[in-house]
Design a protein around this ligand. Structure first.
Ligand code: FDA
Length: 394
């Protein structure tokens, strides 16, 4: 049996970063992953450019049953610390929007940077590792792998959430937590597109590809001002992905299709200038033409000129376009979700070290923990911050 100081399960964002930090402290680190490549989600992220952090990272951008839990790690290893690391590796980056930082070139540079940091720490990385059992025997965690047994007094679980099973996602971390008596909160796909019920979907399907600025509101009052995208399955785009984390099955969402311009004011102004202008042509000044055409077919927009539009019709129309209530059928689920809500209950973990209070030597970091960020680099920052906090304690 090979013995290590630390074994880390999962060579994703959190596992790679934690392994590198622990290795550079002089610990003998074994990093295990079931895939044939390390950092597969990093490679896929940000359209291949990895949105690796967010300038405005703060605890309010995270969902958790215990909203205070993320504060300590985020404060001790900040977005500025990670930007410093990226700069030291001379990886060029830019802010795309809303504080979201992306690589100029490729997400591969972030994976290479993490692998390079692991190499400096002499981390042993074993890919294609199937872990069939984990046991605590005396002071050590013993793991049964495909072809061998390994052990260490410290075990870090960084096996991620359930999203994108095609990229190696598995419930391994949740099962392991339960094996050691820790509570796992119910999980659910998040940062995920909505699907629509059949009649509405059929009507809106031809809008697939149309995108526009919007303001989306969930039933709990959460609001996101970002782009909305119509797809052949339903609704997507940053505003929808964000809102999906705050939506429960059966609930409605409210969509403001013109958040920056009052449609009432637009119609009134245009009516003064050209009374015979069609309502449709008036609205295409601020809304995509295809959207206006479909909404006219749905009889949400009447087929009249501005002079024919009476006050009652105008009030009903502008209320609908600024507060279009839709009841999604569901979400696309883990197949396309960026993250998983829920996970290992943080009440059982130390927010300073990520160690399970009742199981000395067992740590949980990254997405497997019940901490889920907004869209925009927040989830990777949680991976870096929780990994760093854990590594300091190993
Ligand atoms: P992560 O999922 O990265 O790693 C877990 C690792 O554990 C995987 O390598 C997996 O193979 C391995 N594993 C699982 N089960 C195992 C087992 N039984 N045995 C051994 N190994 C096992 N976030 C962000 O901030 N900015 C962005 O741009 C994006 N973009 C994005 C795009 C897409 C398509 C997805 C799916 C997700 C994102 N995200 C994101 C979210 C981000 O990728 C995610 O939050 C982090 O990768 C979480 O890091 P972890 O290390 O916790 O898990």
């Amino acid at each position: 049996m090979q013995k290590f100081d630390v074994i880390i399960i999962g060579a994703g964002a959190a596992g790679l970063f934690c392994a590198a930090q622990a290795g550079q402290k002089g610990l003998r680190v074994l990093l295990l992953d079931n895939g044939k490549k390390a950092g597969r989600k990093i490679l896929m992220s940000g359209g291949g450019r990895c949105n690796f952090t967010n300038l405005y990272t703060q605890p309010g951008a995270y969902l958790s049953a215990n909203p205070h839990f993320c504060k300590s790690a985020l404060a001790r290893y900040t977005q500025w610390d990670f930007i410093g690391l990226v700069n030291r590796h001379q990886i060029p980056w830019h802010e795309k929007t809303l504080g979201q930082l992306f690589c100029d070139e490729s997400a591969q540079q972030i994976v290479d940077m993490l692998l390079n940091e692991c190499e400096v720490g002499q981390v042993i990385l074993r890919l294609r590792s199937d872990i069939s059992a984990v046991e605590k025997i005396a002071e050590n965690y013993e793991l049964v792998l495909n072809d061998s047994r390994v052990c260490a007094p410290k075990l870090v679980v960084a096996s991620g959430g359930l999203s994108m099973p095609g990229l190696g996602a598995s419930p391994f971390g949740y099962r392991l937590a339960e094996q050691f008596g820790l509570k796992v909160l119910p999980t659910r796909a998040a940062l995920v597109p909505f699907t629509l019920h059949k009649p509405l979907l059929t009507q809106l399907q031809t809008l697939s590809g149309v995108s526009l600025p919007s303001r989306l509101t969930a039933e709990d009052g959460t609001v996101f001002n970002e782009a909305l995208l119509f797809t052949h399955r339903g609704l997507s785009g940053p505003a929808v992905l964000q809102l999906s984390s705050f939506w429960q099955p059966g609930e409605h969402i409210s969509i403001d299709l013109s958040p920056q311009q009052s449609l009432d004011a637009l119609i009134n102004n245009e009516r003064q200038a050209q009374r015979n202008l069609s309502l449709k042509n008036c609205l295409t000044k601020v809304l995509p033409k295809r959207l206006v055409e479909i909404l006219q077919q749905l009889e949400i927009i009447p087929d009249v000129s501005l002079k024919q539009l009476n006050r009652k019709q105008q009030a009903a129309l502008t209320a609908t376009l600024h507060q279009w209530r839709i009841q999604p059928n569901g979400t696309e689920g883990y197949r396309t979700a960026e993250v998983t809500l829920g996970g290992v209950d943080t009440h059982a973990l130390s927010s300073k070290t990520m160690e399970a209070a009742s199981v000395p030597g067992l740590y949980f970091i990254g997405e497997v923990v019940d901490v889920t960020g907004w869209l925009g680099g927040y989830n990777f920052q949680w991976a870096w911050s929780s990994a760093w906090a854990c590594a300091q304690a190993l």
